[in-house]
Design a protein around this ligand. Structure first.
Ligand code: 5GP
Length: 220
């Protein structure tokens, strides 16, 4: 009986959604955070784009054909999905659910349309937007990568404008001026949220115990 109550209030892992324009450095921030906090894990997304050099199937992304991606949407296997820069991207539902049930904090690094779907579907998700320190700096970081044509960079900057316009839909904004500061702010957000969930759980446990004792006394 008591266990039934506890199971219902047992803390699941948090769901943290992170977005930000291409080139803002979100991957670096998240990788370093996860290296320091093994309780957190990254959800591996599915995409129809081709792998880049050094990207590994099943580690960086699940690289799917359009037909397979479409089949997974139709069979309700995606938590969210979106079309971005001529390709499909989506979050497989099962991995997220299993990891959260095991108490792990799951980080989704996804673009804004997918983030808005998660916001509706999972009201307990925490949404974090990573902002560049300035527009000039974002341009500089994109060019510094040296992996894309000028046309592709301009396209990414256009998308970035639309993404930044949606930052007010997020719970928190972090300015990535230095990676260390951004990681520390990210950690404060995640751990602060965890602290309030733990306080709530402790309160409920004590409250339920009190109620059960009161009922047991009455039954005498
Ligand atoms: P890239 O092709 O540079 O790896 O990613 C392009 C964009 O797709 C990034 O903004 C990234 O955050 C986003 N993205 C990656 N995985 C997902 C996903 O599962 N769902 C959505 N909606 N966006 C994703």
């Amino acid at each position: 009986m008591r266990q039934d109550y506890y199971d219902k209030i047992a803390p699941r892992g948090q769901l943290i959604v992170v977005s930000g324009p291409s080139g803002v450095g979100k991957r670096t921030v998240l990788r370093k955070y996860m290296a320091e906090h093994p309780r957190a894990c990254h959800s591996v997304s599915a995409t129809t784009r081709d792998p880049r050099p050094n990207e590994v199937d099943g580690v960086d992304y699940f690289f799917l054909s359009f037909e397979e991606f479409d089949r997974q949407i139709r069979t309700n296997q995606m938590l969210e999905y979106a079309y971005y820069n001529h390709h499909c991207y989506g979050t497989p539902k099962k991995g997220v659910e299993d990891a959260r049930a095991a108490g792990r904090n799951v980080i989704l690094e996804i673009e804004v349309n997918g983030a808005m779907q998660v916001k509706k579907l999972c009201p307990d998700a925490t949404l974090v937007f990573i902002m560049p320190p300035s527009w000039k700096e974002l341009e500089r970081r994109l060019r510094e990568r040296n992996t894309e044509t000028e046309e592709a960079i301009q396209e990414r900057l256009e998308i970035a404008k639309e993404e930044i316009a949606m930052a007010d839909q997020y719970d928190y904004i972090i300015v990535n001026d230095t990676v260390e500061k951004a990681i520390s702010r990210f950690a404060q957000i995640v751990h602060g949220h965890r602290y309030s969930i733990n306080c709530m759980t402790e309160f409920l446990k004590t409250y339920i115990e009190g109620e059960i004792h009161a009922q047991e006394r009455l039954a005498y």
